[in-house]
Each structure stands twice: as structure tokens, then as C-alpha cells.
Design a binder for this molecule. Structure first.
Ligand code: NAP
Length: 521
């Protein structure tokens, strides 16, 4: 595919209005062709107006038509998957085989959402029929369905350049809900973003849908993102990235004359607790597995296990030695951007200046943006005294927290902020302790894993990728999995409607054959 670097606003190719950028190959620290356009507030306005104009038509497409559209996007992604993975590799330094897997996952997500749409359960249809003879007051007919919230702005993530980016789960779930979408592409992978955007746009055209169903904008600095969040025609925002960026956009949206929901997925250290019998039985194995997962994606993963908590006792030294070995043997690998690399180095400094000891480092960095793996250690008392130790360092580093007893382990668990996931390693004899720890963890996390690690994640009906703040800004929702569609839906009641005026899904004879609750049954 010939990359033009243009913004793709509806069917238009829009050249730069606010300068250009080139992609950076983080493995070589060299810029890659071509130039990519930066747009401005006027481009956001054009995309938002098109998204608004397209909304009434698109949100009323039949379930069959919408699922066919989502499947067409999946087919288009499959058709460009080799090229997409190759370009994403150049722009991120991540292994090509991994990115081929991501491209396949992105296409699969669209197919999964096509199935969700076809089955119609997400509409949550409910009917409370009229009761004209009810005493003391008759009841009118009430029927409920969920509809799409309106045009959605999606901020693509930097670290998974396909499956959480332009054609990622946020775009797939928003389009599945019937919302129109404007993606703010992440500047860490502009070429991969364009390939994905063209695959989606081609599906819009081939499906005969209005051009405003999908647009992609890009900008330098905060102005373009702020314009998206401020635009009166945008009705919801999704964001994956830093706590600072996510909260800036969240607060901004609450200051609008008409505040809108902003679903941010921000930061998590995914604490891992090794219970005493598991530590004694398999300390070395767990330590090795922890570091292996910690290093996936050069530690630039939302589910990276970053903090491991274990009681000093049988198995602790074996655990520690296995972690030290894995970290020491790990080669340095390129990190995604100069900004992320710089933040990693400052994060390591922060951990050490607040009391953690560096106990192992990986092999020397060769390229400018290589991230060298690191293991730090701290005792429970120090961890509890210093909040900064519990904050994420995005990159290939982990912190081993040595607690002196069970009471201190509970205190550490209670001190943690909201998390995407927490993990327990346990044996049969640890079950009583695990039962007592569970309520503490449930309050603080969206997912609890036993005897494994949370990464990689399933995209399924039971998947939750979210959690209490600061893991996300709204712990009631997930950003991954089939129920992520719920972020973009709102309920509408149709009261006293003649059958012919009702949405098809709510008509008396149930012409679409969809699951519906009647009188709550
Ligand atoms: P980021 O700096 O928060 O940026 C994410 C996106 O939001 C970018 O497109 C950025 O635009 C935009 N943005 C950020 N702040 C903004 C603001 N105030 N106004 C308008 N737009 C704004 O995230 P990142 O580049 O991915 O940086 C990596 C950090 O994100 C890591 O340190 C990590 O903590 C976090 N992260 C977390 C997860 C997770 O799943 N929890 C995943 C990835 C990253 P520009 O690039 O143009 O500034």
C-alpha cells in the first residue's frame, strides 16, 4: 500500500494543515518515510460534523447489515495483515511474529463483535405490556432497548499498535454499538495507523454506508485531542495511555457545558501475591514465570506484572535467585518512543530514590532507545511508607516486596490503588489465607488470576479489562471483551407506542426473533 500520510476524514484525503511528522524506527533511532500530516481544530470539526450526519443512518442499520460491515472490516484487515505487521514492526521495534498475531487478533475482534450484533442480546430488550385494568391505576405499555450514545472519539494506544489502536477493541466495540467513530491516531505508529484506517474506510465505502461512519485524525501536541474532547457533537471518549493524559482529558470532558463519559484505561502494577505454601513448593518456578511475563512487549503492557509480594521464609531465596537470573540474562530491547524510554529511566530513578534497591539488571543497551531490564527489591515496611513505590514504571522492570508476615502482606494489599488485575499463587494448604485475602483484592481490581499470569488476555464475554481508579476512570465497564460495547449504549423507553412505530426489535410478534425479557422474565 502506498502510504500518503494524509488524514482520512470521511471519504476525503486531507493533507497537512499544521505541519508534518515522520515515524521513528526505535530500533535504529532513524526516521522512516513518508511525511504524515498533522491536522488541527478545523479538521476535527469536519470529522465530527460528518460523524454526526452519519449517525442517524448508521445507528439504524439492521443488525444483519451492521454485522456484515464489521465482517468486511475483518476481511480487509486480513488482506493487509502482512504489510500491517511489517510496518508496525518498523515503527515499534516489536517482533514481527507478535504483530502478525496482533493483526489476526484485531480481525478476530471485529468478527466477534459481528456475532454479538447479529445475536442482538446487547440491545437488552425489555417489555412490560400494558395493563389497562390494573388498579388503582392502569399501566401503559413500556418497551426498552439500548441505542448507541452518539459519535465516539477513540484515542489509540501506543503499546499495542494494532489490537488497541486504530482497528482495536475500542473502535470495534463502538462501531458494533451503532456509534460513528473518529480515531485520534497515536504518533508512535502513523504508518500502521493509516493501513488500519484505510481497511476500515474501504469497508465503509463497500458497504454503502455514509462516509462519516469513520475518520482518522492526527496532530502534534494536545490541541487536536482537546478539540475532540471539547467538540459538542462528540458524545463519548475512550482513551488508553498515561494517568496524566487520561485524567487531563477526563477532567476536560467534565467541564463541557454538556459533560460526556470518558472511559480511560491508564495504569496498573498488577500485583502478584505468592502465598507461603506455593512459595515453599515452587518459588523458583513462579519467580521465573513472573519475570518472563514482566518482559513481554519490553514491559510496555498494561497487564505487565510489576510488583511481586512474598513472605520471607521457605522458598524466598529460590524465588529471588530465579528472578535475578532471568533479569540478568534478558537482552535489552528497543522501547516504543523516546518519551517512553525517558520515562522508564526516570521511573527507575524514582524507585531507587524512594528506597528500593537495584538487585539485578539485564544486558547492556546497544541502541539509544533500548530498555535494559531491572529488578528492584524493598521490604514491606518501606513499601508501606512510600506511596511512590506502588506506582507503575512502564518498561521492563519489576519490584520484589519482601514482607515479614501475613499481617504485613494484608497491609500491602490494602495499601494498593485500583488495578486491572491481581494474581495469587497458591497451594491447597493456602486456600484459607486466599479466602481471607480475596475481599481485599476484589475491592481493588477488575480481575483476579490464580496460579497463572493475567497476560495475554482473552477477548470473551467474561473478560474484564478495567478496574477501580487509576486502572480506569469507571470501574463499572471494561475496555476489552464483548461487554465493552456497553460503554457506548444508553437505554431508551418507548411508552404507549403503536406497534407500527416501534423499533423492529420491540414489535409484538418479535420479527427479528431476539431474546427479550417480558415482565422481567
Ligand atoms: P499518553 O502520553 O497518555 O498519550 C496517549 C494519547 O493521548 C496520545 O495520542 C496523546 O497524544 C494523547 N494525549 C495525552 N495527553 C493528552 C492531553 N493532555 N491532551 C490531549 N491529548 C493527550 O500515553 P502514551 O504515549 O502511550 O505513553 C505511555 C504511558 O501510558 C506509559 O507511561 C503508561 O503508563 C501508559 N500506558 C498505559 C497503558 C494501559 O493499558 N494501562 C497502555 C499504554 C500506555 P500525543 O501523543 O500527541 O501527545
Amino acid at each position: 500500500m502506498n502510504l500518503t500520510g494524509n488524514l482520512l476524514i470521511g471519504a476525503s484525503e486531507v493533507p497537512a494543515s499544521e505541519g508534518t511528522m515522520k515515524a521513528l524506527n526505535p530500533a535504529t533511532n532513524q526516521l522512516i518515510e513518508p511525511d504524515f500530516a498533522f491536522g488541527g481544530v478545523a479538521d476535527v470539526d469536519k470529522a465530527a460534523k460528518l460523524a454526526d450526519e452519519a449517525f442517524d443512518h448508521y445507528s439504524h442499520t439492521s443488525l444483519a447489515e451492521r454485522s456484515a460491515f464489521l465482517e468486511r472490516i475483518a476481511d480487509n484487515l486480513d488482506a493487509v495483515s502482512q504489510e500491517l505487521a511489517a510496518r508496525a514492526t518498523l515503527e515499534t521495534g516489536l517482533p514481527e511474529a507478535q504483530l502478525q498475531g496482533e493483526a489476526a487478533k484485531a480481525a478476530t475482534q471485529f468478527r466477534q463483535f459481528a456475532d454479538v450484533v447479529r445475536k442482538g442480546r446487547f440491545l437488552q430488550l425489555a417489555i412490560d405490556p400494558a395493563q389497562p385494568d390494573r388498579q388503582p391505576r392502569p399501566r401503559m405499555d413500556h418497551r426498552l432497548q439500548k441505542i448507541a450514545i452518539g459519535p465516539v472519539a477513540v484515542f489509540g494506544a501506543s503499546n499495542f499498535p494494532i489490537s488497541y489502536s486504530v482497528a482495536g477493541g475500542d473502535t470495534a466495540s463502538a462501531l458494533a454499538s451503532g456509534a460513528t467513530v473518529i480515531v485520534k491516531a497515536h504518533n508512535a505508529h502513523p504508518g500502521a495507523s493509516e493501513i488500519q484506517a484505510r481497511a476500515i474506510r474501504q469497508a465503509v465505502q463497500d458497504s454503502g454506508l455514509p462516509e462519516g461512519v469513520f475518520s482518522m485524525v492526527r496532530g502534534g501536541g494536545n490541541a487536536i485531542g482537546e478539540a475532540l474532547v471539547d467538540h459538542p457533537l462528540i458524545k463519548a471518549v475512550t482513551f488508553t495511555g498515561s494517568e496524566q493524559g487520561g485524567m487531563a482529558l477526563y477532567r476536560r470532558a467534565q467541564l463541557r457545558p454538556d459533560p460526556i463519559p470518558v472511559f480511560t484505561e491508564m495504569t496498573s502494577v498488577n500485583p502478584t501475591f505468592i502465598l507461603p505454601q506455593a512459595l515453599a513448593a515452587r518459588g523458583a518456578q513462579i519467580g521465573d514465570g513472573f519475570v518472563e511475563r514482566m518482559l513481554v512487549n519490553v514491559g510496555q503492557a498494561c497487564l505487565k506484572p510489576a510488583i511481586l509480594i512474598a513472605v520471607d521464609g521457605a522458598g524466598f531465596e529460590a524465588l529471588r535467585a530465579a528472578m535475578v537470573k532471568r533479569v540478568t540474562d534478558a537482552p535489552a530491547r528497543p522501547m516504543l518512543t523516546p518519551g517512553i524510554h525517558g520515562a522508564y529511566l526516570s521511573g527507575l530513578d524514582r524507585l531507587q530514590s524512594t528506597g528500593a534497591n537495584l538487585v539485578a539488571v539485564g544486558s547492556v543497551a546497544h541502541a539509544d532507545l533500548d530498555g535494559r531490564s531491572a529488578l528492584l527489591e524493598v521490604d514491606g515496611q518501606r513499601f508501606l511508607a512510600e506511596n511512590a513505590l506502588a506506582h507503575e514504571v512502564f518498561g521492563p522492570a519489576g519490584l520484589l516486596v519482601k514482607v515479614k508476615d501475613e499481617t504485613e502482606m494484608f497491609a500491602v494489599a490494602r495499601s494498593l490503588r485500583g488495578q486491572l488485575s491481581a494474581t495469587l499463587h497458591l497451594e491447597e494448604a493456602d486456600l484459607d489465607l486466599a479466602r481471607r485475602l480475596l475481599p481485599v483484592l476484589e475491592r481493588r481490581t477488575g480481575r483476579i488470576v490464580v496460579n497463572a499470569f493475567a497476560h495475554p488476555q482473552e477477548v470473551s464475554f467474561a473478560t474484564i479489562h478495567g478496574g477501580p481508579f487509576p486502572a480506569s476512570s469507571d470501574s463499572r465497564f471494561t475496555s476489552v471483551g464483548m461487554t465493552s460495547i456497553e460503554r457506548f449504549l444508553r437505554p431508551v423507553t418507548y411508552q404507549g407506542f403503536p406497534d407500527a412505530l416501534l423499533p423492529e426489535a420491540l414489535r409484538e410478534l418479535n420479527p427479528l426473533g431476539l431474546p427479550r425479557s417480558v415482565e422481567g422474565q
